[in-house]
Design a protein around this ligand. Structure first.
Ligand SMILES: [Zn+2]
Ligand SMILES: [Zn+2]
Length: 337
């Protein structure tokens, strides 16, 4: 039934609980009408996967939401076998006002498109984007979190060339935010406790990379911004203390962006942003209709290869996650064996 290309059994990595991954043989997904079967060439690890990696109990489904590969079978008139595709990580109803505007983040039926930690994934025809000729599968895989989201965030924060931006947390999203901010012409001050990641940020082009364990962040950032505070402050760490620091240090009337979450923060709007007239903007993903424009921005301004520090075959997913969880990496990508 599958022809010569896709076998009926494939390998996939599963979170088995307490930091272990298991590679299992599972049936290759079956194709429904309007779907395509994609052979995964690159699947990136995301900070949000670490929750499942660290969970005590096993997780039943194949995760991985940053994926790119090649169509090997198609039951859609829009896609042919052999086409390279990037899988957009959110599917929507495609009928509501938000979906029609490309903002699937606002669709009441938005669902994650997962499955990249297997050899093949079946995805809906409208969840695929054609990968431009110049773009590697690796760049396509990390596009959503590391190019689309930062661009979307900076545009929503009205970033203007010459402004100062504070970026707190220099993991893969913070690093890519730094790179995109430089593409917008901003001067970046990064904050990150991990020395490896601070070095990466400086290599990418951050003007400063501060260690919160060694310096007083509020004071140092004010000193570096003529005591005014940065025009833009973006939290990419998702901790209560880092989110509060962004709101406290940002200049009056400045723009604060959140791209990482937690469930613990309680805040006082009056003290933190009402009286200081901050714009506080939450950002989750990017508008799918903006893909071509953002890809063009990436081609001109970004070097995604600087973000990916480690690559592993799917069969070594355990090593990949152990390294990623240690924090001593940028983006980590799984590929075919
Ligand atoms: Zn992600
Ligand atoms: Zn919708």
């Amino acid at each position: 039934m599958w022809g010569a290309i896709a076998e009926s059994i494939m390998k996939a990595a599963f979170f088995a609980g307490n930091g272990t991954l298991e590679i299992r043989d599972v049936p290759t997904p079956e194709l429904r009408d309007g779907h395509v079967l994609v052979r995964i060439e690159s699947a990136a690890l995301c900070g949000s996967d670490l929750r499942l990696y660290r969970a005590k109990q096993a997780h039943p489904s194949i995760e991985g939401h940053e994926n790119a590969g090649v169509v090997v079978e198609s039951r859609s008139a829009r896609w042919q076998p052999g086409q390279r595709v990037l899988v957009y990580a959110l599917s929507g109803c495609l009928r509501c006002e938000a979906c029609r505007a490309g903002n699937r983040m606002y669709c009441p039926d938005a669902r994650s498109v997962i499955g990249g930690f297997g050899e093949y994934v079946a995805v809906g025809e409208s969840d695929c984007l054609a990968v431009p000729e110049w773009m590697s599968s690796e760049t396509a895989a990390i596009f959503g979190d590391c190019i689309g989201l930062p661009h979307h965030t900076l545009r929503r924060l009205s970033a203007q060339a010459g402004q100062a931006a504070l970026i707190v947390g220099l993991g893969p999203v913070g690093l890519s935010m730094t790179m995109a901010a430089l593409g917008f012409g901003l001067n970046v001050i990064g904050v990150e406790p991990n020395a490896f990641r601070r070095q990466l940020a400086l290599r990418v082009g951050a003007r400063h990379a501060l260690d919160p364990g060694a310096v007083d962040i509020d004071d140092t950032v004010r000193r570096l911004t003529n005591r005014r505070g940065p025009d833009i402050a973006i939290d990419c760490a998702g901790k209560p203390a880092t989110q509060i620091a962004c709101m406290r240090v940002c200049r009056k009337g400045g723009h604060v962006g959140f791209v990482a979450g937690n469930t613990e923060l309680t805040l006082n709007p009056n003290e933190l942003f009402l009286a200081r007239e901050l714009w506080v903007v939450g950002n989750w993903y990017y508008n799918i209709s903006d893909f071509s424009a953002i890809a063009e921005f990436a081609r001109r301004h970004l070097d995604p290869a600087l973000l990916v520090t480690h690559r592993f075959p799917l069969s070594r997913a355990q090593e990949a996650f152990d390294l990623f969880a240690s924090g001593d990496s940028g983006k980590v990508v799984l590929g075919a064996d």
